[in-house]
Design a protein around this ligand. Sequence first.
Ligand code: NAP
Ligand code: GLV
Length: 310
Amino acid sequence: MALVIVSRVHPSSDVWAPEMRRLMPEIDIRYWPDVGNAAEVEAVLMWQAPDGLFERLPNLKAIFATGAGVDAILGDARVPKHLPLARLVDPSMTAEMSEYVVLQTLRFHRQEPTYAAQQRDRVWTVHPQPHPEERRIGMMGLGELGQDALRMLKPFGFALGGWSRTPKTIDGVETFSGADGLQRFLARTDILINLLPLTAETENIIDTKLLSALPKGAFLVNCARGRHVVDADLLAALDSGQLAGAALDVFHQEPLPGEHPYWSHPRVILTPHAAALTNPLTATPQIVDNLRRVEAGQPLVNLVDRSRGY
Ligand code: NAP
Ligand code: GLV
């Protein structure tokens, strides 16, 4: 089995290959663009396709994404639609995302931005602190990441809610689904967390209509994709006080341009798409399992459903 790895790092510092070779000694790994005899290559591991990749690899049988979200691959017209595409469900990435969600939720719940501003101004004022059961958390997206983050939030005693495309039953979580459930979900959400995939249905979903359906003074945590958000609508909601704060990890353009208003907005906390990173060591077993499945002609795990877009 020959695999091509498309990586931004030099092959000498690549972490994927050593772990893959440990788990699958017979694997033949090549680094783009040095693909060797291209006819032998059956699989490619990549975040985004470089120019000419698919023209040069005529016998590909599968594409493996190095991330959880595959919007960049599905949105790329150069990527052949007949090839199965597997995304990553990486336990280390899931744990990191849950840490990020817990961090931002506690930050807003415990009024940390207010106290940080007070410290800067040397102000000593104690504010009433809502109890966790009075704080309603709303998770948009109840997949691998959304459900794990809710599980990690549970011990704090928050009132947990979640919204997905299809109905779900999750112990200790008030669930909503589909367009019908969205307004009721938003109306009971004080801290809205976005862990949806970016699809034709979810692009620009965080707009004035959605933000206005939240209780006044709600918070937003966006750790999915920048294109879920209409930036002008989010800035207007922050400026009017409809939203009391936003923690943003992802943006329309990354790196976020230096002149973007988010950088200096007093109600925005931002991180550079760092909420949860793929860990090749914990993700490799899934890739190796899928490589063996390609060899055996079996269906891939974590196969992307192109008709759903995730
Ligand atoms: P996933 O397992 O595929 O789960 C997606 C969830 O979203 C599912 O519950 C799905 O509903 C729901 N959904 C999809 N379309 C919907 C719609 N139109 N309306 C309502 N709900 C909808 O995805 P995941 O692994 O949790 O990852 C989620 C996203 O996180 C990724 O796509 C990626 O963009 C982002 N991410 C960000 C970072 C970062 O560092 N910031 C890192 C990793 C991932 P059903 O359950 O009904 O199918
Ligand atoms: C990162 O954003 C991912 O989708 O893996």
